[in-house]
Design a protein. Structure first.
Lengths: 560, 373
């Protein structure tokens, strides 16, 4: 029988860790002014989840109104405000910061083997900017809200009488800088703070994904800032930039906007793909298949994402030549995405798969992203896109990628790192049930919207033809089911904080560095400098009955 | 694939519109079949990959499940050059083929034939105005069957988009520039019953009434279309002056009713109720405009508008000049869309509003009796 080697860094199971980042300092100020990346990550996570609740409530209100054609319980203007708020909150406050700023902040330095990010003060500042952006959104609500759609298309956005347009534009502008600073921080951290032994190709794939994302954040977001500033100038000072009544060009706005907002969808999906690479590898306990292909495909997506923005504008009045070019280039983003999917599936092959909540979310991601990605083909193909553009087909497509993929990955990642972040285990059975409910509810909600769209139901419609009602009712029921799944998730996660079992250092059997420090991690992440090994070499891990987690054993002993 | 696509296309070019399927609505234009068959192929690709990915995922998860406490397998391959190259090149080829077919379809869609019949389209918040070469105008789109039709489109305020699902066509209308949309439908729909014709939607979000910009598209055989267009161009001229206000008034008012009520309800624009009193110095004539002027200060001999009729006409042709207090500058100009006889009809209606149903705008005295004269 093998006796476990005594290791100084091994966690003690019966008593809580004497010092960790959660109890290192006390008091409100020690959180709100902290420079610790872990605390900032936790604050981001809480903020993002609260925003998700707000955005989700707006979504349910919109779906409820759509139960019947004509008025169900709110008027057209209120409906327009609600769907706009749903979109803006979900995009700017939830999905864009959800993975890089929330989970990324917590995980990136630990995975890298660093004490913190390169610029901790800038990191805190970017969180404070996020708060400022969120406050601007609230101010906008007080000042009459906005009904422009989250895309702020001109000249509607510069002429609408809704009073909250300028505050929310200021908010999105500020949130943009929050995003830029996070991206800058991550780029520098990955370049400069890798400890000895952490070569580029020993980095976990989540870090590659965060790196690619950070490049997009830094390069694309300034364009959004400029564009929104121009919209505000046009609204406030009546300088004609986008409004043709004053000599401007509304199509120019669309070019500017999508030059940011197309890369922005990769700010959402690329880190999600990074999380899935981790989840699949760790819970399959197997070297990820085609590491370099996955790593490079993240960077490839980041680069391609900058040259496909015109595919949002096939019917905008842009010239047929441009449409043709953008259609051709658009397919190029499909390739690296397909490559990743195949690599993940092959990672399952001959793995040692533990089916638990994070893994279930990763599997849900594979299926939902397959649907979301492949319906992109309908939209990249010119002649079918003309029919499908601005219908519910597009709505369904981007919900499959933004929510079914990006957000599902975020929730999966949250479950994956929850024991590390909080030091507590949650009820895994309830977790799997909730995941199944969300998955089923999601598909009921959004698959029906593909049919709605291809049958000609335009998006952003308050009132609709009676022939579409059946699909709308099914979709709304699905959204309630999905909401139930998320409520259940919130309940067992909160319960785990109160009375969850203490988490071992390595509950899943992961080989990346964050599983070597205690749960929750100590204030400086590592008691001693970590030894950097291969991120996906699971051969030294052994199940430890007593601690209900995995421990690292020396290779010779593992063989015995 | 090419030959199968062609076969599919041919199979659907039947005597009538293609029936709705699981994925697509009725197809009634010349290029609907090619769009539908391409859609079929993309769907096929989607289902094939979805089934394959899902099946492999589920199978592997079941087959390689791990029992806690046992050792991890280490025999899985870490990479495979040819395989990875294969699943990079494979999707590239599929995408290339899709692009070519999509491009081919799009070329047809974006190149109107030279002999096409032009209809001018103006979209505004929140409606459509279709103008035909002979001067006819309509709120619903009426087109001749078996002839290519080109819509020459512009928007008068914000972005709109013209979408006819049955024809598989869509094009944004952009203020400040013209855009084209063309199609050909060989299948007459008739235009007598409310269910006749196809849907026409606005698909670019434009505010409060966005979802109410839906109209019908009627396809008529050429002779019937010509007859309709002639009648439509001259309908106002054929009405005698004395019958104008009740025959033409409600018909023209149908375009105003979306924003202006007759019964005093506040709409997007001010109500018509009491309008003639206001402009002629009666009740409400002291009401202030947004710019501080009043009806009294604007209307009268020697003032900006010499007569109340002048004011009404100006308010329809350049609505933004004096905004009634509490209302936004949203009304489009109707200059060029309504002639002096039409203005006469509307003013006549305003003068005798009590003869009209305050909810529907229908004339209450119909049928006319001898005493009415």
């Amino acid at each position: 029988m093998t006796t476990l080697p005594a290791r100084p860094a091994a966690p003690t199971y019966d008593t809580p860790e004497s010092d960790n980042y959660l109890i290192h300092d006390k008091g409100f100020l020690s959180w709100i002014l902290t420079l610790d990346h872990k605390r900032i990550g936790v604050m981001y996570t809480v903020s993002v989840l609260l925003s998700f609740l707000v955005g989700g409530i707006f979504a349910l209100l919109v779906r409820t109104e759509l139960l019947t054609p004509g008025r169900t319980f709110i008027d057209a203007d209120t409906f327009n405000h609600f769907f706009t708020l749903h979109g803006a909150v979900m995009v700017f406050l939830v999905i864009i910061p959800s993975i890089p700023a929330a989970l990324g902040n917590f995980v990136l330095p630990i995975m890298l083997g660093a004490k913190d990010v390169a610029f901790p003060r800038l990191n805190l500042f970017s969180y404070h900017l996020w708060i400022a952006g969120a406050i601007c959104t609230v101010v906008s609500l007080v000042m009459g809200s906005f009904d422009t759609g989250w895309t702020f298309y001109t000249p509607y956005s510069t002429t609408t009488s809704a009073g909250g347009v300028v505050p929310v534009i200021v908010g999105a502008f500020i949130l943009g800088f929050s995003s830029i600073f996070t991206g800058m921080n991550f780029i520098v951290t990955i370049h400069k703070l890798r400890p000895p032994g952490m070569t580029w190709f020993r980095m976990p794939l989540f870090l590659w994904a965060l790196y690619a994302t950070a490049l997009i954040q830094v390069l694309a977001t300034p364009v959004l800032a400029i564009t929104l500033a121009l919209v505000a100038v046009e609204r406030l000072a009546n300088i004609g930039i986008f409004n043709p009544a004053m000599g401007g060009d509304p199509v120019l706005y669309q070019h500017f906007f999508w030059f940011y907002s197309h890369p922005a969808v990769y700010i959402m999906i690329v880190p999600a793909m990074g999380i899935i690479s981790e989840l699949i590898a760790v819970h399959s306990h197997r070297q990820i298949f085609g590491y370099r292909f996955i790593a490079f495909s993240s960077v490839a997506i980041a680069i391609f994402s900058f040259i496909v923005w015109g595919h949002h504008m096939f019917t905008s009045g842009q010239s047929p030549l441009m449409n043709t070019l953008f259609s051709a280039i658009t397919y190029s983003v499909a390739i690296p995405s397909a490559v990743k999917i195949f690599n993940w599936i092959c990672t399952l092959y001959k793995g040692s798969i533990t089916l638990n909540t994070p893994m279930l979310y990763a599997l849900a991601f594979i299926i939902l992203f397959t649907i979301g990605g492949l319906t992109g083909l309908h939209l990249a193909t010119l002649s079918t896109d003309v029919h499908l553009h601005d219908t519910y087909f597009v709505v369904a497509h981007f919900h499959y990628t933004m929510m079914g993929s990006a957000l599902i990955a975020m929730v999966g990642g949250l479950h994956h790192w929850w024991p590390k972040i909080t030091g507590r285990m949650y009820n895994d059975k309830l977790g799997m049930i909730a995941c199944a409910i969300v998955f089923i509810g999601f598909n009921i909600t959004f698959f029906t919207q593909f049919m709605l769209g291809s049958h000609g139901m335009p998006r952003r419609y308050y009132d609709y033809q009676p022939e579409f009602q059946t699909y709308h009712v099914i979709s709304t029921i699905g959204s309630y089911i999905m909401a139930g799944g998320f409520v259940l998730t919130a309940m067992y996660l909160i319960q785990s904080l109160v009375s969850g079992k203490r988490a071992p250092a390595n509950p899943w059997g992961g080989a990346t560095l964050e599983w070597e420090c205690t749960s929750p991690p100590p204030y400086y992440n590592f008691h001693e400098a970590p030894k950097v090994g291969e991120p996906y070499d699971f051969s030294n891990l052994q199940w430890d009955e007593r601690g209900e987690g995995y421990v690292t054993v020396k290779p010779t002993e593992a063989k015995a | 694939m090419m030959s199968m696509l062609t076969m599919l296309t041919l199979a659907q070019t039947a005597d009538g519109p293609t029936p709705p399927t699981f994925w697509m609505p009725t197809g009634a234009s010349a290029h609907a079949p090619s769009v539908d068959s391409l859609m079929w192929w993309v769907n096929f690709i989607m289902w094939a990959f979805l089934v394959m990915n899902t099946a492999l995922t589920v199978y592997f998860v079941w087959k390689y499940r791990h029992k806690v406490g046992t050792k991890f397998r280490t025999d899985g391959p870490t990479h495979n050059g040819p395989l990875e190259l294969g699943w990079t090149v494979g999707p590239v080829l599929i995408c290339a083929v899709l692009f070519i077919f999509g491009f081919k379809g799009y070329l047809d869609l974006s190149t109107p034939p030279k002999d096409s019949y032009d209809i001018n389209v103006t979209a505004y918040k929140w409606g459509w105005q279709f103008k035909y070469p002979n001067g006819a105008q309509s709120d619903d789109l009426v087109v001749p069957a078996g002839k290519p039709v080109r819509l020459v489109m512009r928007a008068s305020d914000v972005l709109h988009s013209c979408y006819i699902p049955a024809f598989r066509v869509k094009q944004d209308l952009v203020p400040g520039r013209y855009t084209y949309l063309w199609f050909q439908s060989d299948f007459p729909t008739g235009m007598d019953r409310p269910t006749d014709g196809h849907h026409l939607f606005c698909t670019e979000y434009c505010g409060t009434g966005h979802s109410n910009m839906n109209r019908r598209v009627f396809v008529l055989p050429q002779e019937q279309f010509d007859a309709w267009a002639t009648k439509q161009a001259n309908w106002l001229d054929e009405i005698p002056e004395e019958e104008l206000y009740w025959k033409a008034g409600p018909k023209l008012f149908a375009r105003c009713v979306q924003c202006h009520s007759l019964d005093g309800t506040k709409g997007i624009g001010p109500t018509w109720k009491g309008i003639w009193e206001r402009v002629t110095g009666g009740a409400g004539s002291g009401n202030a405009f947004a710019d501080g002027s009043t009806y009294q200060s604007l209307i009268g001999p020697g003032k900006q508008y010499a007569t109340p009729e002048d004011y009404i006409r100006a308010a329809i042709f350049s609505p933004g000049e004096h905004l009634v207090q509490g209302f936004g500058n949203v009304m489009p100009t109707f200059k060029g869309q309504i002639n002096d006889k039409g203005i006469d009809a509307l003013i006549g209606m305003m003068k005798k509003l009590d003869e009209f149903d305050p909810k529907t705008g229908a004339w209450l005295k119909a049928p006319p009796t001898a005493s009415a004269k």
